[in-house]
Design a binder for this molecule. Structure first.
Ligand code: CP
Length: 338
């Protein structure tokens, strides 16, 4: 990919070297993300952060990433606070907002909507999640986390990874983007764990097999997590079901807690989840009793969102090589918890 000025809509636009470049750039963002240094490399630039679906991590971390590079953020949250509620089209919205912004991040409940918006935008657009389709920046931060977690356990590289993806694989867009991303690597063993009705879309399962990966499909949690490096748990995507009652049929089917982890997982198995985890009693896919487990990487994973999103902005706006030139140490007390 030629990054400067590019939209980031889906994972298929990337080749493996692009991912290396994003990860290398993300590594260089660490002192800024950890608030040891500040940079003003995007001084004067504006991010249009448009979220038409609920979000905590993606919206705030994209905003923080832009602020940490010295830029400013303008936001819209929910249809009700946007003129889309008055019937304005995505085309008109894109034409207008791209006049106010240097880059736009958008989340929208319909698959394909961000691509439609980007086609009318005069500035680069990043997909913050379009329906059940894709969530590319999440997949990038997930893979960045996998790389770092394996490295900290003495293993280099993604090739040869063993990963169990668990839960709502039909509607889970993070799983869709991560599956596409894994197709760029070699010799992966992917264990797909879901109810039959919530299986990974066939096209993605085929893509994984065509990439030469070993794919195992099951609806049994315990056997799926025995011999994997990564357990990637996901939430039932209630908002994609016709009713809450239909989502309830699947909620709580795959519960990982410390007892299950101790009995079935290898000692260093990393636990990931794109979050939010559903902590209600009827779901509880990742129990709170895992919170002190050092292999629970979910909050390191969320922290990494800032690094990866800073990298995307730096590459798209073509300032990756200028970040340090516009930097200084911070003035305030900086001992942090990263
Ligand atoms: N992982 C993720 O997309 O979280 P949010 O919905 O909070 O943005």
């Amino acid at each position: 990919m030629h990054f400067p000025g590019s939209h980031i809509i889906g994972i298929d636009a990337f080749i493996r070297e692009d991912i290396d470049r994003i990860f290398h750039t993300a590594d260089r963002m660490r002192p800024y993300a950890h608030r040891e240094r500040v940079t003003k490399v995007l001084d004067g630039a504006i991010l249009g952060n448009m979220f038409f679906e609920p979000s905590t991590r993606t919206r705030i971390s994209f905003g923080c990433a832009f602020n940490l590079l010295g830029g400013e953020v303008r936001e819209t949250t929910g249809f009700e606070s946007s003129a889309i509620a008055k019937g304005e089209s995505l085309y008109d919205t894109a034409r207008v907002l791209s006049g106010y912004s240097d880059v736009i991040v958008m989340r929208h409940p319909q698959s394909g909507s961000v691509a439609e918006f980007a086609a009318a935008s005069r500035v680069p657009v990043i997909n913050g999640g379009d329906g059940a389709n894709e969530h590319p920046s999440q997949a990038l931060l997930d893979l960045y986390t996998i790389r770092n977690e394996l490295q900290s356990r003495g293993r280099d590289g993604i090739d040869g990874l063993r990963i169990a993806m668990i839960g709502d694989l039909r509607y889970g867009r993070t799983v869709h983007s991560l599956s596409r991303l894994l197709c760029l690597y070699r010799n992966i063993h992917v264990v797909l764990v879901s109810p039959q009705e919530l299986r990974l879309p066939e096209s993605l399962e085929v893509a994984l097999r065509e990439a030469g990966h070993q794919v195992t499909v099951t609806d049994k949690l315990e056997e799926s997590i025995r011999k994997v490096d990564i357990v990637y748990s996901t939430r039932i995507q209630e908002e994609r079901f016709a009713s809450r009652e239909e989502a309830d049929l699947y909620r709580g089917k795959f519960r990982l807690n410390q007892a299950v982890y101790t009995q079935y997982c290898e000692p260093n198995t990393v636990i990931m989840h794109p979050l939010p985890r559903d902590s209600r009693a009827e779901a509880n896919e990742l129990d709170n009793d895992l919170n002190e487990n050092p292999n629970l990487a979910i909050f390191r994973q969320a922290d990494n969102g800032v690094l990866v999103r800073m990298a995307l902005f730096a590459l798209i706006l073509d300032v990756a090589d200028q970040v340090d030139r516009h930097a200084r140490d911070v003035n305030w007390y900086t001992e942090r918890r990263f």
